[in-house]
Design a protein around this ligand. Structure first.
Ligand code: PLP
Length: 237
């Protein structure tokens, strides 16, 4: 099932790239393995997947040592400052930086580990109170501050569109994020390589609007059940 799902998703990514006149190599699939066991990760690694996403530090800490192969792990969930040290050790890219306080904490631990961590700024384009992320009005200021931190490498923006049955409903939010990235690039005088947007329900629309990283869980692994790796992640937030 995993293999069939994976090939189906690759086909859908390619078709969305054709519609958007983009190269398929511009889009990286991040397999969101939260709640799923290391065996499922291994199976995808054998099929050639390199990028995996986890949303909870506790779960990632338990799972990552059990997964073989040269994997790039992406931290995609909300991060509390007291988890910054683990996050820096576990993830090559952190998608959910949304405050200077968190960025400073990541910088401190990255420096201690003599590492440079790629980060994205999570932006709350929908303005929904239930969503994490920096408000669009505060984005440029945060980006300028974060950009001065030597052990963090600002690579772009991330967002989550509001939940909707119709993927077209997500399009304005993705378009807005792409616009915010362009504005920010002007302010910084440098280009940012990544837009992390699109999940199982809306990744094709996200690709049409410029996504370079799509974070896909359910369409790849199937529905999330409460398994061992869900329990490990339970006390985390
Ligand atoms: C779980 C999760 C995803 C994947 O969601 P699916 O709908 O299962 O594809 C993507 N991004 C974040 C931040 C997540 O927490």
């Amino acid at each position: 099932m995993l293999e069939a799902n994976y090939h189906k998703i690759l086909e859908r990514i390619e078709a969305a790239c054709v519609r958007a006149r983009r190269k398929a190599t511009e889009v990286t699939l991040i397999a969101v393995s939260k709640t799923h066991p290391p065996e499922s990760v291994d199976a995808l690694v054998r099929l050639g997947v390199r990028d995996f996403g986890e949303n909870k530090v506790q779960e990632a800490k338990a799972k990552i040592p059990l997964c073989a192969g040269s994997i790039r792990w992406h931290g995609i969930g909300h991060l509390q400052t007291n988890k910054a040290r683990d996050a820096v050790r576990l993830f090559s890219t952190i998608h959910s930086v949304d405050s200077l306080k968190l960025a400073l904490e990541l910088e401190k631990h990255a420096e201690a580990e003599a590492r440079r961590v790629a980060i994205l700024l999570e932006t709350n384009v929908s303005g929904e109170g239930s969503k994490f992320g920096v408000a669009p009005e505060a984005l440029n200021e945060l980006a300028l501050e974060v950009n001065g931190l030597p052990h963090l490498e600002l690579q772009g923006l991330m967002t989550m569109a509001p939940f909707a049955d119709d993927p077209e409903k997500a399009r304005p939010y993705f378009r807005r994020l792409a616009g915010l990235k362009r504005e920010l690039e002007q302010k910084l005088g440098a280009s940012l390589p990544h837009l992390s947007m699109g999940m199982s329900g809306d990744f094709e629309v996200a690709i049409e609007e410029g996504a370079t990283l799509v974070r896909i869980g359910t369409s790849l692994f199937g529905e999330r059940k409460s398994g061992a790796f869900r329990r490990i992640g339970m006390d985390d937030s």
